[in-house]
Design a protein around this ligand. Structure first.
Ligand code: B12
Length: 334
């Protein structure tokens, strides 16, 4: 009996994934609406089924089984279905809202949308601001409509500086911030350093946490790390470092770097700055490992040239960064 139920759920899961890849929001919606009608909990449908399909699609796209366009179609479809599920829910009038967004610069909005949907479902007034809300805009919004909390979702360490800005902006309006997502490292190791009041592992735990926490935004700010010293210098010279790195890469390759390589250089510099912010070489080392595999998989044999160009450009443009580079290199050889 239990096995039959499990195999039916697996079939529905497969159906959701297949329809999502085909961009068929109607079919996905009907499958999950039926489950909800049968009494399947909302969180099971959103977190264990819709987000599971996204993870499955993401992994299979990384493995080369799906085209990037199939991944895009699936993400857009699943996001549409989550939006449809929340369309019938009323916003409670009285409570102050929980504001949900991604960290500035980060476009991975699907988990944030799922968290927002769940909070609304549980009866919290919830405002989903979507991807890439800049810190000054967030601050302005919070002053206009003070919230109970901000929930920030981050998928990429390249936007940890953006997370720090958004958290500082929320704190300056007196609003605590809960964060989640892979950007904050394993067990949320970098969450405290960017000033978060809490880190939560899974989207389904956010509501419980918001109901039981006792955040102290001043204490969180006091623990946070802010750009200063070498990092401040690198940020000031950000564009000059990139221009120098592109010139060095062009020299090494014997031709100007293409759009892809320029984007990868720019992301690597952002991750370098993020690593400096949290004072930990691991964001950069993890990113560099991932970038090497990814460039290899896409037929660009230039990862070593790219990392060499960036570290040389950094050293040349901001000589104070040399010690940091040595630290990263020696950590990477451990
Ligand atoms: C969909 C997707 C996109 C879509 C996002 C669309 C959207 N509306 O969300 C688009 C196409 C925009 C995109 C763009 C890019 N992406 Co992308 N993307 C993905 C993908 C395939 C799925 C992400 C996802 O939603 N997963 C489902 C969620 C539920 O799983 P999860 O992220 O693991 O989250 C878990 C926890 O972290 C936690 N969690 C997540 N968020 C939150 C939030 C809270 C509050 C809480 C409590 C918990 C929580 O819950 C989940 C529990 O299981 C992943 C691959 C993958 N395997 O995940 C890459 C991935 C995240 N992307 C990646 C990259 C590199 C990019 C790009 C740079 C690609 C490029 N070169 O242009 C751009 C960056 C754009 C930007 N500035 O942000 C990399 C990041 C690698 C790295 N080391 O940093 C990944 C890992 C793919 C890869 N391995 O190559 N991407």
């Amino acid at each position: 009996m239990v096995r039959m139920e499990q195999s039916r759920i697996s079939e529905i899961q497969l159906g959701i994934t297949a329809a999502a890849i085909a961009g068929d929001s109607g079919s996905v919606y009907r499958l999950v609406a039926h489950l909800l009608d049968e009494g399947t909990p909302f969180e099971t449908v959103v977190f264990d089924m819709l987000l599971r399909s996204e993870r499955e699609v993401g992994l299979r796209w990384q493995a080369g089984d799906y085209l990037v366009t199939e991944e895009h179609a699936a993400t857009a479809t699943l996001e549409t279905v989550i939006a449809l599920l929340t369309g019938s829910l009323d916003q409670p009038e009285k409570e102050s809202a929980v504001v949900v967004a991604t960290t500035p610069g980060d476009s991975h909005s699907l988990p944030a949308r799922a968290v927002a949907a769940h909070l609304l479902y549980l009866g919290h007034r919830t405002t989903f601001l979507g991807a890439n809300v800049l810190a000054p805009d967030l601050r302005e919004y919070l002053e206009f409509d003070p919230a109970a909390a901000v929930v920030l979702s981050g998928a990429m360490t390249s936007h940890l500086l953006g997370a720090r800005d958004a958290i500082r902006a929320s704190h300056s309006a007196g609003i605590p911030v809960l964060v989640g997502g892979r950007a904050f490292g394993e067990n949320g190791i970098w969450a405290e350093r960017v000033g978060a009041d809490a880190w939560v592992a899974s989207p389904g735990e956010v509501a419980d946490h918001l109901e039981s926490w006792a955040p102290d935004v001043h204490a969180s700010e006091a623990r946070a790390k802010n750009p200063g010293g070498v990092l401040e210098r690198v940020m000031e010279r950000h564009n000059a470092v990139l221009a120098e790195a592109e010139a060095l890469l062009a020299h090494a390759l014997g031709e100007p770097p293409g759009a892809r390589q320029r984007t990868e250089l720019a992301t690597a510099l952002l991750v370098t700055e993020a690593s400096m912010l949290v004072d930990d070489p691991r964001p950069l080392l993890d990113f560099s490992r991932w970038q090497g595999h990814m460039l290899d998989a896409h037929g660009f044999r230039s990862h070593l040239a790219l990392t060499t160009a960036l570290s040389e450009a950094l050293e040349k443009t901001v000589p104070e960064a040399s010690e940091w580079i040595r630290r990263v290199v020696s950590h990477g050889m451990d």
